[in-house]
Design a protein around this ligand. Structure first.
Ligand code: NAD
Ligand code: IPM
Ligand code: MN
Length: 363
């Protein structure tokens, strides 16, 4: 039987709380499938590690991770460490080192959830954001100039490479081909007159290989209104690193919030491990209370199963989440309930083990 080795990085804040439930559900799904095994190694790389060692992960952290088939992460970030330090020493190096150039962020209204958008139902809210995840605005070229003088300044140079744009564009275009055939590209070629016209131009050059896919370009400001007013027109949204980051929290908000928004940082060629983590962060405002919603983390785990070649157990986990949401009794506070993080995880495991048609009330 195939064993997949998974590096678990619970991280900070609510990270460990939601990851615990995610691993619990992954173990239950794996046992049920009976066709593969998961072996978890827990890596304590977070802000307390930083306070002890002066770094977020060991010097050879990336080398250690290379040996795994997947990485399952909660979130990092603690008020005691500057955010740019915690993410630039852990998440961003992992995304870049392992060429996880696709950050795949489904925005799908699950059965049992209500959108905050009036009159919008599940069939109106099913799109996926493909966020470029290794370059663009998240470059480390820059710094402070003339510190302490009246002309002090900070610069950070965006980097867009043909190679980087082409590979993420091709991924988005071929994903659209397997969905409803539409790509909405987020651009800002009016304001960012060097980088964004180039982004558009390279995407247009890839588009000829996909004549059956409908591609539309939108300035990101205007595109954000479609998320709210006409989400049913969206299928695949292709965005740069920063625009994709912002749009993915908006995408989460229209389908129930950050508590139910999953993500995968994917190396499509599978040359390197991919990393699965919720869209949300470490939520210091609710950490330690046992009230964080674990659904985003559990669903991210299902995306990992799918990536590892197990689409059926992955679909079973999503179905179990929907069963719990549709029954409506076990929900965390962000979804209007009173259940704890652990109770939601347990309910998803029960729903996996006792599947009922989604929406049918338990007797
Ligand atoms: P956040 O996503 O942590 O929180 C935003 C809001 O959403 C908060 O009110 C929080 O309570 C709520 N929320 C988030 N996840 C929730 C869940 N599962 N259940 C219920 N409510 C939830 O974003 P932030 O406040 O901007 O960032 C907090 C810290 O997390 C910062 O240090 C930031 O750098 C870090 N961060 C890390 C990641 C990551 O590790 N991938 C992602 C985003 C932010
Ligand atoms: C995310 C987060 C990260 C990002 C932060 C923590 C650097 O917001 O995964 O969406 O901007 O990519
Ligand atoms: Mn984000």
């Amino acid at each position: 039987m195939r064993t997949h080795r998974i590096a678990v990085i619970p991280g900070d804040g609510i990270g460990p709380e939601v990851v615990r439930e995610g691993v619990k559900v992954l173990e239950a799904a794996t046992t049920r499938a009976g066709t593969f095994r998961l072996e978890f190694d827990w890596l304590p790389w977070n802000c307390s590690y930083y306070r002890r060692h002066g770094r977020m992960m060991p010097k050879d952290g990336i080398e250690q991770l290379r040996a795994y088939d997947g990485i399952y992460l909660g979130a990092v970030g603690d008020p005691s460490v500057p955010d740019h330090v915690s993410v630039w020493q852990l998440i961003l190096p992992i995304r870049k080192a392992f060429q996880q150039y696709v950050n795949l962020r489904p925005a799908k209204l699950l059965a049992g959830l209500e959108s905050p958008l009036r009159h919008k139902e599940a069939r109106d809210l099913d799109f996926v954001i493909v966020r470029e995840n290794t370059e663009g605005e998240y470059s480390d070229i820059g710094g402070r100039l003339h510190p302490g003088t009246p002309v002090e300044m900070a610069v950070q140079t965006s980097v867009f490479t043909r190679y980087g744009i082409e590979r993420v564009a091709r991924y988005a275009l071929s994903l659209a081909r397997r969905r409803r055939g539409r790509v909405a590209v987020a651009t800002k070629s009016n304001g960012l007159a060097h980088t964004m016209p180039y982004w558009d131009e390279v995407i247009r050059s890839c588009r000829v290989e996909f004549p059956d896919v409908d591609v539309s370009f939108y300035h990101v400001d205007a595109l954000s209104t479609l998320f709210v007013l006409r989400p049913e027109t969206l299928d695949v949204v292709l965005a740069t690193n920063l625009f994709g980051d912002i749009l993915s929290d908006l995408g989460a908000a229209v389908v129930g919030g950050l508590g139910v928004a999953p993500a995968g940082n994917i190396n499509p060629e599978k040359r390197f491990p991919s990393m699965f983590e919720p869209v949300h962060g470490s939520a210091p405002d609710i950490a330690g209370k046992g009230i964080a919603n674990p659904i985003a983390a559990i669903w991210s785990g299902a995306m990992m199963l799918e990536h590892l070649g197990h689409p059926e157990p992955a679909a079973e986990v999503v179905r179990a989440i929907e069963q719990v949401l549709a029954e409506g009794r076990v929900r965390t506070r962000d979804l209007g309930g009173t259940a704890s993080t652990e109770e939601v995880g347990d309910a998803v495991v029960r729903a996996l083990e006792h599947p009922r048609p989604v929406g049918e009330r338990p007797r």
